[in-house]
Design a protein around this ligand. Structure first.
Ligand code: SAM
Length: 259
């Protein structure tokens, strides 16, 4: 049977530019790939393609079998904060295409790939995802009660870790994009407070400026430690960073499907 698990991850080092302009050399790689601007291809698509071809995280993700370069963000966050441990039960919100899910499955041993405690990973996304051995994947809108009920039914108990890398498709209007992402984060924090077991952890994507005051106050009330981090795999040009809250105090009543 083919082994579809990603190989042992080894986060690539961020390249240092050794020159300026097109085709500048980056350490650890050959000459940067150039992309011809094809007729009919938008300048932004050409820029995206060029960035992908020259991104060491993209190359390493492909080499190791990760579905997204985002996998390295979770690896780097977990290496720093240590919230994924064998046996833990994880909910992954906004899971597609599945890089974080793959990392979580491996780190909590959800596929029983090694001896020791076996964990669980349940992912949800608006988009359909190909199966990942060891994970339960649901398709649905996390903002929809029906989808959350399905998620809670699959979880069937408390979670140890809630991850949210959810991001609504960018509109290009900064204020709107900011509001949408922060809205998703707020719902994810509420959900975490209802399903986490004592001492559980929450990791969520935030935008520049960090977590807004009210939300930060709620996190500080519910968790013993709240930190912001921008993992090296998160592009400098991206306004995203992550809030990592650990030591859930276990204050709220567990949420059940239909409640
Ligand atoms: C940055 S991607 C996640 C990447 C993922 N962590 C990985 O490692 O492959 C953000 C995801 O959030 C999902 N998303 C946005 N809004 C959502 C919602 N309301 N419910 C479920 N998923 C949502 C998007 O469909 C998208 O796949």
């Amino acid at each position: 049977m083919a082994d579809d698990r990603p190989r042992k991850p080894n986060a690539p080092k961020r390249p240092k530019s050794k020159g300026k302009g097109r085709g500048a050399r980056v350490s650890g790689r050959q000459l940067a790939a150039r992309v011809k601007t094809a007729r009919g291809r938008k300048v932004s698509s050409t820029r995206w393609l060029k960035r992908q071809l020259n991104d060491p995280y993209v190359a390493e993700a492909q080499r190791l079998g990760f579905r997204s370069r985002a996998a390295f963000k979770l690896i780097e966050l977990d290496d720093r904060f240590g919230f994924l441990k064998p046996g833990r039960r994880v909910v992954d919100l906004g899971a597609a295409p599945g890089g974080w899910t793959q990392v979580a499955v491996e780190r909590v041993n959800a596929d029983a790939g090694r001896s020791g405690k076996q964990g669980r990973v349940i992912g949800i996304d608006l988009l359909e995802m190909d199966a990942i051995a060891g994970a339960d994947l649901l398709q649905g809108d996390f903002l929809d009660d029906g989808a959350v009920d399905r998620l809670l039914a699959a979880l069937d108990g408390r979670a140890d870790v809630v991850l949210s890398d959810m991001a609504a498709p960018a509109t290009g209007h900064t204020a709107t994009d900011h509001l949408r992402i922060m809205g998703l984060l707020e719902c994810a924090v509420d959900f975490a407070a209802e399903v986490l077991a004592p001492d559980g952890a929450f990791v969520g994507k935030v935008l520049k400026g960090g977590t807004e005051n009210e939300l930060l106050a709620a996190l500080k009330r519910d968790f013993s430690s709240v930190r912001h981090a921008k993992p090296p795999a998160s592009r400098d040009s991206s306004a995203e960073s992550y809030v990592v809250a650990t030591g859930f105090r276990g204050a709220r009543k567990a949420r059940k499907p239909g409640n």
